[in-house]
Design a protein around this ligand. Structure first.
Ligand code: SAM
Length: 282
């Protein structure tokens, strides 16, 4: 039987050889999940011996990581804002950068008690919509996605987060199925990677994340051009629209929004200082 220290050393070596840039952290995360321990405990209990079934399970998880499957997909979970969300191969892995969208909405709509009607176009795991519903306890919301598989994950996450009764999920191409409705807060993190850049991204993204969540057309801006007229029509008076954008896209997205009749509120940077979020009002 191998000890935790031995298992970690072997796994770290394999992950390093596979080109993973955080081999120690990933090995600890995966071993923690096998042992049912919080990750920090893995570093403190290095002399514990693994049972054969734990050794086998850890090996299968490390094998997956060697294939560059993201840790979030292997564990099936990802923390976002204050939420713990299910992640699958049908959903984009929620990124910390996307929390900039939540911060922008909270700044622009500061009354937490309002019964806002919120729309998330391209809901994926539901991370944006569910974080907003958790921050605005009287709000209701709709999450739209073209992927039925992603919608199933978002629905299940809404239940896990305790907001299912305030969230509705709709299979639609952007706002097509929402005619006649209006929303106080519209958010969207659409696919924005230029098509020919996807294969050059790290394998965790190019091999494992759904292309439908990544591909933004030749210049990465196609979805903004598609969504903007929907957003302008669906926005209630005094409502706001907040978009996540890729690096270098903020001024183009600001222009596309203004061409659709929206008024620019601001452009906000993420924690790395990259312009990440473009907000409009009606
Ligand atoms: C970049 S992911 C964002 C997911 C999630 N909102 C987040 O921030 O992690 C974009 C999402 O848009 C969805 N999508 C792509 N094209 C769409 C379309 N034409 N209509 C509706 N949703 C679409 C994808 O399936 C994917 O779930």
């Amino acid at each position: 039987m191998a000890s935790v220290a031995d298992a970690l050393a072997t796994a770290e070596g394999l992950l390093k050889t596979a080109g993973i840039d955080s081999p120690r952290r990933d090995a600890r995360l995966l071993l923690g999940s096998v042992m049912g321990w919080p990750t920090p405990m893995v570093a403190m209990r290095t002399d514990v011996l693994l049972m054969p079934d734990q050794e086998y399970l850890f090996k299968t998880l490390i094998d997956q990581r060697v294939q560059r499957r993201p840790v979030s997909q292997i564990l099936g979970r990802r923390g976002f804002w204050t939420l713990d969300l299910t992640v699958t191969g049908d959903t984009l892995d929620p990124r910390p950068d996307s929390e900039t969208v939540i911060e922008a909405v909270l700044d622009h709509q500061s009354d937490r008690t309002s019964r806002f009607n919120i729309l998330d176009l391209g809901v994926g795991t539901g991370c944006l919509l569910l974080a907003l519903l958790s921050e605005y306890p009287a709000a209701v919301g709709v999450g739209v996605d073209i992927s039925p598989e992603a919608l199933a994950v978002a629905r299940s996450n809404a239940a896990q987060c305790g907001v299912a009764e305030r969230a509705r999920f709709v299979h639609s191409r952007w706002g097509d199925a929402l005619a006649g409705m209006t929303f106080d807060i519209i958010v969207s993190n659409p696919p924005y990677i230029p098509d020919d850049e996807i294969d050059g991204l790290e394998p965790e993204v190019s091999l494992w994340e759904p292309r439908l969540a990544l591909a933004g057309g030749p210049d990465g801006l196609n979805c903004y051009r598609d969504i903007m007229p929907h957003a302008a029509t669906l926005l209630a008076p005094a409502g706001i629209v907040v978009f996540e954008v890729g690096m270098g896209q903020a001024s183009d997205v600001a222009r596309i929004g203004q061409e659709s009749g929206l008024s620019l509120l601001d452009i906000r940077k993420d924690m790395a200082g990259i312009e990440r979020c473009v907000s409009f009002h009606s």
